[in-house]
Design a protein around this ligand. Structure first.
Ligand SMILES: Nc1ncnc2c1ncn2[C@@H]1O[C@H](COP(=O)(O)OP(=O)(O)OP(=O)(O)O)[C@@H](O)[C@H]1O
Length: 212
């Protein structure tokens, strides 16, 4: 589903990704690990089409994430490390999402309930005024409701309390079949039951790729 070939990305003189090659296929649940600054987020952003590579190529379901970004993103759910500063209130945000994609509003509400986020009590609150954990819960609910074949999470649990983390991992376990799940984490012990592959990055390179 995702093919990365000899991908190099530099920012000025700094090499953030150096000739990275790897494939992620259906039923791969991957913990992507490595020290701060290793290149994990840069790799994810390259998959999502944020960056023009200096060399090499990314293909997602055969599409180039830069030239055919809409097609790529249709099939990808992504929760970033830091929630975006959205000013819309929750009702407006849900309306916008349901109009611009085929995500089912009831399904967002269902997953929000499962994550113990009371959407109805917060309908008129701006997204950016929600607490950090509430934002993550809503983004997670949307990511699950989207029913994508590719789910990418960049350290999504930092703001979640322990109960919410358990809820999140339980829901992911129910939803991972037939998908690519790419999970950036510094806490491998938390995702041990969820993943079947561990990739380690260091200084812009993939230094280990282990199937469990
Ligand atoms: N937009 C950018 N402009 C300049 N440098 C960048 C940019 N994005 C990333 N970098 C640099 O690329 C390197 C890799 O950063 P990246 O965010 O991919 O690391 P990471 O593995 O996700 O780290 P962390 O675990 O801290 O989130 C770092 O040295 C970072 O400073």
């Amino acid at each position: 589903m995702i093919t990365i070939s000899n991908l190099t990305k530099k920012f000025g003189e700094h090499i953030s990704l150096e000739s990275v090659s790897c494939e992620f296929n259906k039923n791969d649940s991957i913990a992507l690990m490595g020290a701060n600054g290793a290149g994990k987020t840069t790799l994810i952003r390259a998959i999502l089409g944020y960056y023009h590579p200096d060399s090499g190529k990314v293909l997602v379901d055969g599409f180039c994430p830069i030239k055919e970004r809409v097609k790529v993103l249709q099939n990808v759910s992504f929760v970033p490390q830091l929630p975006p500063p959205i000013k819309l209130n929750i009702q407006e945000l849900m309306q916008y999402i349901c109009m611009s994609t085929d995500i089912d509003k009831e399904l967002i509400e269902h997953y929000s309930n499962e994550m113990k986020l009371d959407i109805k009590a917060n309908l008129y609150k701006s997204f950016f005024k929600l607490s950090g954990g509430m934002k993550q819960k809503l983004l997670i609910a949307i990511s699950l409701a989207k029913k994508s074949n590719i789910i990418i999470y960049d350290e999504p649990t930092a703001n979640l309390d322990p109960k919410a983390r358990d809820d999140f991992y339980r829901l992911l376990k129910q939803n991972e079949d037939e998908k690519v799940l790419l999970f950036v984490t510094h806490r491998v012990e938390e995702v041990q039951e969820l993943v079947n592959r561990q990739i380690y990055m260091d200084m812009g390179k993939v230094v280990a790729d282990e199937r469990l």
